[in-house]
Each structure stands twice: as structure tokens, then as C-alpha cells.
Design a protein around this ligand. Structure first.
Ligand SMILES: [Fe+2]
Length: 216
């Protein structure tokens, strides 16, 4: 599949359109008949109690597409890791809902699939040293906004801060977290360790995300 790799320095995010899932609405609605957990990052949105949706027969094809894209994309940005999905869930947004800025802990790469056009997702790097003016170091947060279309699959490194802008109507998305098979998932998430790894990998790609070194 063709994945567009967009540098949002110092990270990247990937996006590809994998098509709209057939008959998705009744399948999604089944999850929301039962009470749902509150999303800790949002006052109003809900997420499914089920966290292994990618293993359910009717959802496995979508999970497989997400995992295939995730593996392809991390290779584009310089990793040799092979990923597996650790968890997956569905987000439900009612009109006006927002999700506050957050990262995904205990995860290496995260993805979101949009069943239909959706309100924007904003990627934001924490304030970092970016400007030097008159010898005074200033900090500035870099943001990148993407407005998903129906069928879009968005991929990002899990340490990338992100938030969503207010939803204009009832919306659903399918989200999943991935972890490298060759790393010990029982290790506690270590942002510092991952960032070093990610930064190292980013040094091996050009501004378009093409790898500069083929065999390391
Ligand atoms: Fe998120």
C-alpha cells in the first residue's frame, strides 16, 4: 500500500487510505449498548471496554490492515522492528467532544482508523529548544493538524503528544497500540529510552522519510 510519510519534526506521522469498512455502523453500535469506560483523557468521550477488538473475527481484517501498515511505516522511518498489536478499542465522540493532549503509554506505535470524515487530530511536541533570539533561548511548541477522511489510517509514534478538536457530530474511530516483538512488553514504558531509539532512527532518513542507510 502507498503510505504518505509526513515529517512533523522531530517525529513523523504516516497516513494511508485503506477504504471504508463495509457495514461498520451496526458492528460498532454493538459495543456501545453496554456501559462504557470513561476516557481518562476526555470529559465526555467514551471508549469500549473491549480492548482486543483486533482479535474478534469480524474485526480481524481491519486489525490486520492496521498492523500491516504499521509495520510498513516503521520500516519507512528507519526501524527493523516487527510489531504486534497489544490492544485495540473504539472511540465514540458526541458533538463537541474533545480529547485532551496525551500520549499512549506502554506502546511503541499507535494507529487510528476513521470510519468516516472526522474532526481534526493535532500532533504537538512538548516545548523544546527551537529558537535562539538575542542569545535568549525560547521554547516553542510545534503542532501539526490533520483532518481525517473516511477510510484514513493514521500512524504515529506513541510518545507523540496528540489531541482532537471538537467533533462536529457523532463520530467513531478504531484505535490500536503496537509493540515490537523483539522487545520485552513486560518492561515498563520508558519514554527516554524510546525517544533515544526514535531519534537515532530519524537520523537515518531524509526529510521525505526515505531511508539513508539501508543495512543498519
Ligand atoms: Fe490517543
Amino acid at each position: 500500500m502507498k503510505i504518505e510519510n509526513i515529517p512533523i519534526l522531530p517525529a513523523y506521522f504516516g497516513v494511508t487510505n485503506v477504504g471504508v469498512m463495509k457495514n461498520w455502523k451496526p458492528k460498532v453500535d454493538e459495543f456501545f449498548y453496554a456501559p462504557n469506560l470513561n476516557n481518562q483523557y476526555s470529559p465526555t468521550t467514551t471508549i469500549t471496554e473491549e480492548k482486543a477488538i483486533h482479535k474478534m473475527p469480524s474485526w480481524k481484517p481491519l486489525g490486520d490492515i492496521g498492523l500491516k501498515a504499521a509495520n510498513q511505516w516503521i520500516n519507512m522511518i528507519g526501524y527493523e522492528h516487527e510489531l504486534f498489536i497489544t490492544s485495540s478499542w473504539i472511540n465514540k465522540y458526541t458533538p463537541g467532544d474533545v480529547v485532551y493532549k496525551h500520549i499512549h503509554y506502554d506502546s511503541f506505535l499507535s494507529g487510528v482508523y476513521y470510519f468516516e470524515d472526522c474532526s481534526s487530530i493535532v500532533f504537538a511536541e512538548s516545548p523544546h529548544k527551537s529558537l535562539f533570539v538575542s542569545g535568549i533561548e525560547k521554547t516553542q511548541e510545534q503542532t501539526f493538524t490533520y483532518t481525517p477522511k473516511a477510510g484514513d489510517l493514521v500512524l504515529f509514534l506513541s510518545y507523540t503528544h496528540h489531541l482532537t478538536l471538537p467533533s462536529d457530530q457523532l463520530r467513531y474511530s478504531f484505535a490500536f497500540d503496537c509493540y515490537p516483538k523483539n522487545m520485552n512488553f513486560t518492561e515498563k514504558y520508558n519514554e527516554y529510552k524510546f525517544k533515544l531509539d526514535h531519534v537515532k532512527a530519524n537520523l537515518q532518513v531524509d526529510a521525505k522519510g526515505n531511508r539513508l542507510i539501508s543495512d543498519v
